[in-house]
Design a binder for this molecule. Structure first.
Ligand code: SAM
Ligand code: SF4
Length: 471
């Protein structure tokens, strides 16, 4: 039976409820009156249930679909403004004991070289990332208790936070590792991680078990209940995701929203972010073996409906997607993107783009500066901000003004300051000119006079090389 408060995976991700939802949405996809009522409800920015959301995703009425896209854009604008948060993945090790059918790091792959970075190599990778301008990382590694124990991850996090190179610093380390124990989550929390990220891959238990035939990841309940354990270990920010293309998107979309409903009901807070990766070709992985791959059109609609269904959850897109696909989903909901990424172990310090330890082929191979330049031209504000009101790490003077209207008073100025830092320290000349122009206009648009004047003061201090505050 469906019970969002239950701690059991098969009760909060209830197969029967998903099947009923699929049939319900199928029967309503042309029901104008009902669809209009859902859109009207969604306009209040309070989110939707998994059933309502799937009806919108399935909706076949042209006029209603236009309203759905327009509403997604409006919600995105109201909640996130033009800011797009930037990050990069950092692969620490590709040793893995699991047998995932879609990932070349699976243990049976004997011709892929296995590599695990030493702390010295991590330093070199982090310096390369800092020299690009990154401040926020997502650490990635395979599951292997012998080669990649939790102590290795903890030591690596410590190393990363300690590296101060020129004006660079990694200010937020997010971690994407296999499901683990409450005790280990507590250790990650104590190490100062930002978000704990774990993709569900697929919510369909049968498919999940087929795709993960061996290894600890085979256990559907252990994997699906991981976010609960992470929160029990004190981690407040968790990041979910489906690997689209593994299962059918309608099933997984509903599962994803049920997972968010469960975390909200059982833990009082939903996921901080939702990632929307799509399957990519890789070493011994042929994307053709996955017939459920999502078309670009459905992908765009899925992101738009997600934006409407969970308005306050960040949506993340990686360099798995092409520039064009990224452009489409940025407009309707995505709030965080990676740039200049390498998906191989040691990829930031090796010359070859696609070295042989890569987890998958990336589509968007542009440099970070090219991505920043492109975002600016599209009217976005690339943000390197890592502050967060909840964590009390907001630029201190803004912090006092943040109580009401957090985004207008706090996130936007913080985004502008971190963009300014990027422009001063790392940007190519053309990007710098473009960015300075954007900052000038945006600062003048800040409504509160007090905030505007603090922003100007900060900008001047940054320009003069003073950096005794953190964003
Ligand atoms: N090993 C950990 C795990 O599996 O949870 C975390 C890191 S794994 C390096 C990150 C994610 O990459 C996986 O969760 C999976 O969704 C994704 N991935 C694996 N193979 C992929 C492929 N061929 N194309 C796109 N994404 C892939
Ligand atoms: Fe290992 Fe993760 Fe790849 Fe599965 S997806 S083989 S667990 S690295």
């Amino acid at each position: 039976m469906y019970d969002p408060k239950s701690s059991k995976a098969e009760e909060f991700i209830c197969h029967e409820e998903i099947l009923e939802t699929l049939a319900f949405a199928e029967s309503k996809k042309q029901d104008k009156e009902y669809i209009d009522s859902i859109i009207t409800k969604a306009e209040q920015c309070k989110g939707l249930t998994h059933r309502e959301a799937l009806v919108l995703l399935d909706c076949e009425l042209a006029e209603e679909n236009e309203r759905i896209f327009a509403l997604a854009k409006r919600i995105k604008q109201e909640i996130y403004g033009n800011r797009i948060v930037m990050f990069a993945p950092l692969y620490l090790s590709n040793y893995c004991v699991n047998g995932c059918l879609y990932c070349p790091y699976h243990y049976k792959n004997k011709h892929i070289p296995r590599k695990k970075l030493t702390q010295e190599e991590i330093r070199a990778e982090v310096i390369a990332l800092q020299d690009m301008g990154h401040k926020r990382l997502a650490l990635e590694m395979g599951e292997d208790p012998v080669n990649n124990p939790i102590e290795y991850m903890l030591e690596s996090i410590k190393t990363i936070y300690s590296i101060k190179h020129k004006n660079g610093a990694i200010r937020r380390v997010n971690v994407n590792i296999a499901a683990t124990t409450v005790e280990n989550y507590r250790k990650l929390k104590d190490a100062g991680i930002g978000t704990y990220i774990l993709f569900q891959e697929t919510y369909n238990k049968k498919e999940y078990e087929r795709l993960h035939p061996t290894g600890p990841k085979h256990d559907y309940a252990w994997h699906t209940e991981a976010m609960d354990r992470a929160m029990d270990g004190g981690i407040d920010d968790v990041g979910c995701g489906v690997l689209y293309g593994l299962g059918t998107y309608r099933y997984d979309f509903v599962g994803q929203l049920m997972h968010a409903e469960h975390l909200e009901a059982a833990k009082g807070v939903g996921p901080h972010t939702i990632s929307v990766p799509r399957i990519r070709p890789a070493d011994d992985i042929d994307a053709k073996d996955f017939p459920d791959a999502l078309s670009d059109d459905i992908f765009e609609k899925l992101v738009a409906v997600l934006r409407i269904a969970v308005p306050y959850t960040g949506i993340i897109i990686s360099t798995r997607e092409s520039r064009k696909a990224r452009e489409r989903v940025l407009a309707v909901g995505v709030s965080q993107i990676s740039g200049g990424s390498r998906t191989s172990v040691g990829g930031y310090t090796t010359e070859e783009r696609h070295d042989e330890t890569a987890q998958f082929d990336i589509s968007d191979t542009r440099t970070l500066d090219e991505v920043v330049n492109w975002l600016l031209k599209l009217g976005y504000i690339p943000s390197f901000c890592t502050a967060c009101y909840r964590e009390g790490r907001t630029g201190d003077r803004f912090m006092q003004l943040a109580k009401n209207g957090q985004i207008a008073n706090c996130c936007l100025p913080n985004a502008l300051m971190t963009l300014k830092e990027y422009l001063e320290d790392y940007a190519a000349t053309e990007t710098q000119t473009l960015g300075e122009d954007v900052i000038r206009k945006e600062v003048e648009n800040i409504k509160s006079e007090k905030v505007r004047s603090i922003a100007k003061e900060y900008l001047k201090e940054l320009h003069d090389g003073k950096r005794d505050f953190r964003f």
